[in-house]
Unconditional design. Structure first.
Length: 424
RNA sequence: GGAGAGGUGGCAGAGUGGUCGAAUGCACUGGUCUUGAAAACCAGCAAGGGUUUGUAGCCCUUCGAGGGUUCGAAUCCCUCCCUCUCCGCCA
C-alpha cells in the first residue's frame, strides 16, 4: 500500500510514476473521493462529538435526579443524522480502500524504463559459460536418460507441471537445499525458520499477493479458507506483522526452506517441459526486515548472498535490473539473477531480489520504535530467493554434464552427497 | 473433539451501564536531594486517525476480533479467534 498521505498530496506524481509500469491510476477520481471523504469524516466526527457531550450530560443530569427525556430525544436525533452520514462515509471509504489495495508500489528512480523483459538491463555477468566439446543436452533429456525423472507418473498422479525425481538426483536436490541453508545461516548470519505452508488470507494481503492475484494461488476448501504459500516470503515477512519491533532487535534476517505452490494460471504454454515451471517446487528464501535508512544496503547485501550460492556452485550468471514494465506488483526495485543454462543456450531466472520499502509493512502493520523520534514507524522489507532449488538443480545438471550424459557433483556439494562425485 | 476458566496500557492487575482512555503497583523518562549512585519525594509516560503550516491545540476511534442492544458499553447480548487446566484422540 502506498502511503495515503503521499497519495493525497501528490496524486498526479504518483500517477506519473505508476504509468511507467503501464498502470493507469485515475488521480482525479481519487482526489474527488478524497474530498468527499474529508467532508463526510469531519461531519461524522462532529456528530459523534455532539453525541458524546450529550450522553455525558445525561449521566450528570440523571445523577441529580433531574428530567432527562429531552436529552435522550436529542441523542436520538443525532443518531439519525449519524446513520445517514455513516452509510455515505463507509461507501466512500471502501471505494478508496479498493483503489489503494489495487495500486502497485511506486518505482524507484533507479528502475529502468521499459515494457517487457526485453528492456531489462544486465548490470553484471559472472563466470564464463563452459565450452563443451559436444552438444550439451537440456536437463529433461539428461534426467530421462539417467532414468531419474518420471514426469509420466507425476502426470498420472498429480497432473501436468508436477515432477518426480528419483535416486541420486533427488539426493542432489536435497543436497542443494542443505548447502544453501548452511551457507546462509553460517556465513550470512540468517536465522533459520520453519514456517507453515498454509496461511490465511490476511497474511497474503500483507505481502500483497491478495486481493489481486488470487488466481495464482492454490486455495484449500474449508470453513476458513487457507492458501498454500506461493513462497516462504509470506510466512517469513508476516513474522513481523501487527508488531512494534525494538530498534535493538533490528535487522531481522530470516531464511527458510519451503515448498512453494503456484497455480500460475497465466503461464500455460510456457516451459511445459521439465522442472522450470512447476505447480510445486522447493525454494530457499531470504528475508530481511530493516530500518528504512538501511533498506537499499540490505537489498544489495541480500542479492550478494544469493549470488554467493551461484558462485560457490561455479554457475555462470548475470545480474539484471528489472525494467518498469517487468517488475512485480509490490516491489520498489528488483534485481533478478539469471543462471546460464547450456541446454537452452539462455540465461534463466533463478532468483528475484526485491525491495518493498514500506509497501508490505503498511499492509501488515509492521513497525519499529524509532528511538530518535520516539515514534512508531513502518519497517522496510526485502526478500529474494537464495535460491530456487528446482531451477538450481536444472542449472547444475546442464552445466556439469559430460558427453556420455553423466553429471558431475559440484565440489561444494560432494560432502552433502556422502562423497559421491558422479551421477551416471 | 468434550468440560471448565480466562483474554484490560511495556508487564502485573482493578474496574459489571454514565464525566473510564481506564485505579494501583512495577518498569521507563525528567526533576529535587546527593561528591556520585541508591532510596525517598515530585512530575511525566498507549496507539491509530481527522483537522491543521504544525512533533501546538481541538476532535474521533481503540479494553482479543467482528456484529448487536442503548441517548451512552471495558462492563449487557450474539458470532468468531486465542490462551490455560482436565478428559479423549493422535505422528
Amino acid at each position: 500500500m502506498i502511503d495515503p498521505k503521499i497519495l493525497r498530496q501528490s496524486a498526479h506524481d504518483v500517477a506519473k510514476n505508476l504509468a511507467r509500469r503501464g498502470y493507469k491510476f485515475d488521480a482525479n477520481l481519487y482526489l474527488q473521493l478524497e474530498t468527499q471523504r474529508k467532508s463526510l469524516q469531519v461531519e461524522n466526527e462532529e456528530l459523534k462529538n455532539k453525541r458524546n457531550i450529550n450522553s455525558k450530560s445525561i449521566g450528570v443530569t440523571k445523577s441529580k435526579n433531574e428530567d432527562i427525556s429531552k436529552l435522550i430525544q436529542i441523542g436520538e436525533e443525532i443518531n439519525d443524522l449519524l446513520s445517514g452520514n455513516e452509510r455515505e462515509l463507509n461507501l466512500v471509504l471502501s471505494q478508496i480502500k479498493n483503489i489503494e489495495l489495487d495500486l502497485p508500489n511506486l518505482l524507484s528512480d533507479k528502475v529502468p524504463d521499459g515494457t517487457s523483459e526485453k528492456n531489462n538491463i544486465v548490470l553484471k555477468s559472472w563466470g564464463k559459460p563452459r565450452e563443451f566439446g559436444f552438444m550439451p543436452q537440456d536437463h529433461v533429456s539428461l534426467g530421462d536418460r539417467l532414468g531419474l525423472f518420471d514426469f509420466e507418473s507425476a502426470g498420472r498422479i498429480s497432473g501436468s507441471r508436477f515432477a518426480i525425481i528419483k535416486g541420486p538426483l533427488a539426493s542432489l536436490h536435497r543436497a542443494l537445499i542443505q548447502f544453501m541453508l548452511n551457507l546462509h545461516t553460517q556465513e550470512h548470519d540468517y536465522e533459520e525458520i520453519y514456517a507453515p505452508y498454509l496461511v490465511q488470507s490476511q497474511a497474503l494481503i500483507g505481502t500483497s499477493q491478495l486481493p489481486k492475484f488470487e488466481s495464482d494461488l492454490f486455495k484449500i476448501a474449508g470453513d476458513k479458507p487457507l492458501y498454500l504459500i506461493p513462497t516462504a516470503e509470506v510466512p517469513l515477512t508476516n513474522l513481523v506483522g501487527s508488531n512494534v519491533a525494538k530498534e535493538s532487535e533490528l535487522p531481522f534476517k530470516y531464511v527458510a526452506h519451503t515448498p512453494c505452490f503456484r497455480s500460475e494460471a497465466g503461464s500455460y504454454g510456457k516451459d511445459t517441459k521439465g522442472l522450470i515451471r512447476q505447480h510445486q517446487f522447493e525454494k530457499v528464501e531470504l528475508v530481511q526486515i530493516v530500518k528504512p535508512k538501511e533498506s537499499e544496503e540490505a537489498l544489495s547485501s541480500l542479492t550478494s548472498h544469493a549470488e554467493n550460492v551461484l558462485q560457490e556452485l561455479q554457475l555462470p550468471y548475470q545480474l539484471v535490473s528489472l525494467c518498469a514494465g517487468d517488475i512485480g506488483f509490490g516491489a520498489n526495485i528488483t534485481y533478478d539473477l539469471e543462471v546460464w543454462l547450456p541446454g537452452q543456450q539462455a540465461f534463466r531466472e533463478i532468483s528475484s531480489c526485491s525491495l518493498y520499502g514500506d509497501f508490505q509493512a503498511r499492509r501488515m502493520q509492521a513497525k519499529w520504535k524509532n528511538e530518535e523520534t520516539g515514534k512508531n514507524e513502518f519497517l522496510h522489507t526485502i526478500n529474494g530467493s537464495g535460491l530456487a532449488a528446482g531451477r538450481t538443480l536444472v542449472a547444475v545438471m546442464e552445466n556439469y554434464q559430460d558427453a556420455d550424459g553423466s553429471i558431475h557433483i559440484p565440489e561444494v556439494l560432494i560432502p552433502y552427497m556422502n562423497g559421491k562425485e558422479l551421477i551416471n
